[in-house]
Design a protein around this ligand. Structure first.
Ligand code: NAX
Length: 366
């Protein structure tokens, strides 16, 4: 048996977690030989509900579930963790402007960034799910000067999976035979689901659908799927979000399948002309617990416009919270350089777990 790993989950009594925690405990996320310690975090008023979920987890008698601990604050809940799933967030209320939502969540994610910095394991891998996910990831990372920005990611895998599922349904293909979909940009209605590199049974997807359907039906459907689900069931996606979290973390930690591309919200290193300093969904491949951006995909003029549109929204979100971002961490988040040897993004100021040795100038895969 391997040594157990510590996974913290915020918003652990919420709807997504209710679907997610049982998948984690069963080994679906980190592998069926990997015991887990779950450090579950909620706001004080939800601790009793969380205790109920902990009892249910215990009652499943999962062989891989080593320990469950319950916390009403992140400083305690993040202690020594290897993975953080930041799901809890302030929900958008009636009449609330997007700017208000950004500000309310900025406080939560600034505190969580500081707590990760001070209490988590130095190599912690972080996935931000709570909305607005990309900008919350930016805020958390900017508040964690001891961690590398590359340790912070945002969930756009749900958009990626939706893009695949909807294409599979339209073409009659099995989703397992669809590859290389890319979702660019923000986890919002400006995201750009790109099928120009996608294949169905190794043939170009764009040759199997009409351009008209792609632009006027498919793209808006993927972009607005979250809203459509809320309208239909009166609640936002929960089970599919949990599955996407499992897929994101599984691929990041255990690797993408050969030749496959997945979408992850990560700090831009300037690839594809996207401004540095924002968390943007890029096509990535993962290996050895690292991700790298897939370079060199050909983008047509129209596609570039879509990518710019969603980039602009992220830049606007960033300016709305700019006054809350510590200036001390601005440079490390914008001055990025690429290590060619492993293709992993390294940060020029030397942050990142592997970059501290003066003898090690490249980010060697051990
Ligand atoms: P719920 O409202 O069911 O659950 C959220 C839970 O978080 C609540 O139990 C609440 O008490 C807790 N919470 C709030 N602030 C907290 C804090 N500071 N520390 C710890 N716990 C806290 O929401 P749920 O449906 O689970 O969705 C959670 C978040 O995911 C929302 O922000 C939602 O918008 C976002 N989503 C993001 C998606 C993505 O793809 N990035 C897709 C699904 C989802 O919409």
């Amino acid at each position: 048996m391997r040594r157990p790993i510590r996974i913290a989950v915020t918003g652990a009594a919420g709807a997504i977690s209710n679907n997610l925690l049982f998948k984690i405990a069963s080994g679906e996320m980190m592998g069926t030989d990997q015991p887990v310690i779950m450090q579950l975090i909620e706001v004080p008023g939800r601790m009793e509900a969380l205790r109920g979920i902990a009892m249910e987890l215990e009652d499943c008698a999962f062989p891989l579930l080593h320990t469950i601990t319950l916390h009403d604050n992140v400083e305690e809940g993040f202690e020594n963790i290897h993975y953080a799933l930041l799901i809890g967030a302030y929900p958008r209320g009636p009449g609330m402007e997007r700017r208000d939502l950004l500000e309310m969540n900025a406080e939560i994610f600034a505190r969580q960034g500081k707590a990760l910095n001070d209490f988590a394991n130095r190599d912690v891998k972080i996935l931000v799910v709570g909305n607005p996910a990309n900008t919350n990831a930016l805020i958390a990372s900017r508040n964690a000067p001891k961690l590398s920005p590359s340790q912070f990611t945002a969930l756009t895998r749900l958009d990626h999976n939706r893009a695949k599922g909807i294409l599979a349904n339209h073409t009659g293909a099995n989703p397992k035979n669809i590859s290389r979909i890319v979702v660019w940009g923000n986890h919002s209605t400006t995201q750009y689901p790109d099928l120009h590199h996608a294949t169905i049974l190794d043939e170009p997807a764009m040759q199997q659908i009409s351009e008209e359907w792609y632009r006027s039906v498919y793209i808006p459907k993927v972009q607005q799927r979250g809203g459509e689900i809320i309208a239909a069931r009166g609640q936002s996606s929960a089970a599919s979000a949990a599955q996407a979290i499992v897929d994101h973390m599984h691929d990041w930690v255990l690797g993408t399948s050969p030749g496959e591309i997945v979408s992850m919200g990560i700090f831009s290193d300037g690839s594809y002309g996207i401004q540095k300093g924002i968390v943007y969904s890029f096509p990535v491949r993962c290996d050895y617990g690292r991700y790298q951006i897939v370079k060199g995909l050909e983008i047509n003029e129209w596609g570039l416009q879509q990518m710019r549109l969603t980039e602009q929204e992220l830049l606007d979100e960033k300016s709305a919270v700019n006054h809350l971002l510590p200036t001390a961490t601005a440079a490390s988040h914008e001055d990025l350089s690429i290590c060619l040897r492993s293709g992993v993004t390294l940060y020029a100021d030397g942050t990142g777990p592997q970059a501290s040795s003066k003898y090690l100038t490249t980010n060697r895969v051990l």
